[in-house]
Design a protein around this ligand. Structure first.
Ligand SMILES: *[C@@H]1O[C@H](CO)[C@@H](O)[C@H](O)[C@H]1NC(C)=O
Ligand SMILES: *[C@@H]1O[C@H](CO)[C@@H](O)[C@H](O)[C@H]1NC(C)=O
Ligand SMILES: *[C@@H]1O[C@H](CO)[C@@H](O)[C@H](O)[C@H]1NC(C)=O
Length: 390
């Protein structure tokens, strides 16, 4: 959603709107300062102890958050309030458990957001007038061209009962979990991510807050999405957060974007003066026996096909059949680029797989490719066939 306003208080509320469209420094546009990491793997805040937030949290400008026996209180009583806190540190893949109760109020939106400097975003959002569902959503690189990624998930009385909402996020998949029950899984290669482009994959910090989507100055679409215009007769509208527990899968002092790609592989993990690259958080190991030949079920992107060479970029975990390729046996690699010579195909046209992944599917490859007028050499197809999806 795009907003334009100069009011600072409204700007604060935008920091929790679905899909941010601004950032202090966007590392896909230029070199930005490194992100502060969380050097330990675990972090917990229980806001009910009367001590308020720890030093690791910042309260957004122009906002007030109180702490009481039910935890952190994010209260809206009038226009232009958007109480928000965020962690001072970033995590790079990890898990966030938030035990909270959403605010009531038409147009009032309680939010749990993980967000990165290049506007990758993962959300739980609660509309005050929806007493039976929570919205799970995600965005990659601030891409808001489509709002097809949201899924509404049933939950009982989120405005009356505390529940624990969890995001468990690694390079392969993102899990949404409520009270320990898995309710949604988004894989890196889900069609909704458009070949991974919209998959959240850069260091994120956690933001918690309550904002008014039904208030003055909000675009019509936002007001409708938030359940309608907000009136304040029934205020205060308070979101309560009892506790937060965070696990960082790549503990670090800081994270640096190694280039402008915004890909998870480009992130430098800096700890104790040493820099390392992520290896992903692959939890499964191959159990496929060598005879279990299974064609990849997802389309791969064929980035370039011409008369002399083809570059095939594979996303996922593959084993390359060493008996049929020169690449050797590679297991557990996440992204593999193979450039190979192909035979001359008279009249072959360069092609590329546009967004939407119209890449030739390995199974009906030859027929489908031919039907599309795209000539892909049989050598290339033979190669695709030889990949085993682990
Ligand atoms: C937070 O602390 C309170 C008071 O000690 C305790 O009752 C509650 O269970 C704690 N919450 C979590 C999620 O640990
Ligand atoms: C943004 O996402 C849409 C699908 O939601 C996709 O078609 C488009 O290519 C993406 N744009 C960029 C710049 O990645
Ligand atoms: C590897 O390729 C060879 C030659 O095409 C084939 O005989 C063999 O079955 C393949 N192995 C697997 C595991 O697919």
């Amino acid at each position: 959603m795009r907003f334009s306003t100069s009011t600072a208080a409204i700007a604060a509320s935008l920091s929790l709107a679905s899909a941010q469209t601004f950032t202090d420094c966007n590392p896909t546009e230029k070199k930005c300062p490194a992100d502060t990491g969380l050097p330990s793997s675990a972090f917990t805040s229980n806001f009910t102890d009367g001590k308020g937030a720890s030093a690791s949290w910042s309260t957004a400008a122009y906002s007030t958050v109180n702490y009481g026996s039910q935890g952190a209180e994010f209260t809206i009583t009038k226009e232009k309030q958007a109480p928000t806190v965020e962690t001072d540190f970033y995590i790079f893949f990890g898990r966030a458990d938030v035990k909270m109760r959403a605010a009531t109020g038409q147009g009032i939106v309680s939010s749990i957001v993980l967000e990165s400097d290049d506007l990758d975003e993962i959300d739980w959002e609660f509309v005050g007038s929806d007493t039976a569902q929570v919205q799970s959503n995600f965005f990659g690189k601030g891409n808001t061209t489509a709002y097809d990624r949201v899924q509404y998930i049933p939950v009982s009385n989120p405005q009356q009962e505390f529940h624990t909402y969890t995001l468990d996020w690694n390079s392969d998949r993102l899990e949404y979990i409520i009270d320990g029950q898995l309710v949604r899984t988004l894989t890196y290669d889900d069609p909704l991510t458009v070949g991974g482009k919209n998959y959240p994959q850069t260091p994120m910090r956690l933001k918690l807050g309550n904002w008014c989507g039904g208030c003055d100055g909000m675009p019509k679409g936002t007001v409708e999405w938030a359940g309608g215009e907000t009136t304040f007769e029934a205020a205060p509208y308070t979101m309560y957060v009892e506790s937060v527990s965070i696990t960082n899968y790549n503990p670090a002092d800081s994270y640096e974007y190694g280039d402008l790609s915004g890909s998870w592989e480009s992130i430098n993990i800096i700890k104790g003066g040493k820099t390392s690259q992520p290896t992903g958080s692959v939890t499964e190991t191959s159990t496929a026996s060598p005879t279990q030949t299974k064609a990849p079920t997802k389309a791969h992107s064929v980035s370039k096909v011409d008369n002399t060479a083809a570059a095939v970029t594979l996303t996922g975990k593959y084993s390359v059949n060493s008996t049929t390729t020169a690449a050797g046996h590679q297991t557990g690699s996440i992204k593999t680029s193979i450039v190979m010579a192909t035979t001359q195909v008279p009249g072959a046209q360069p092609t590329d797989s546009g967004p939407g992944g119209a890449a030739p599917s390995p199974v009906p490859a030859t027929g489908a490719a031919a039907a599309n007028g795209v000539m892909v050499s049989t050598v290339l197809m033979g190669m695709l066939f030889s990949f085993l999806l682990l």
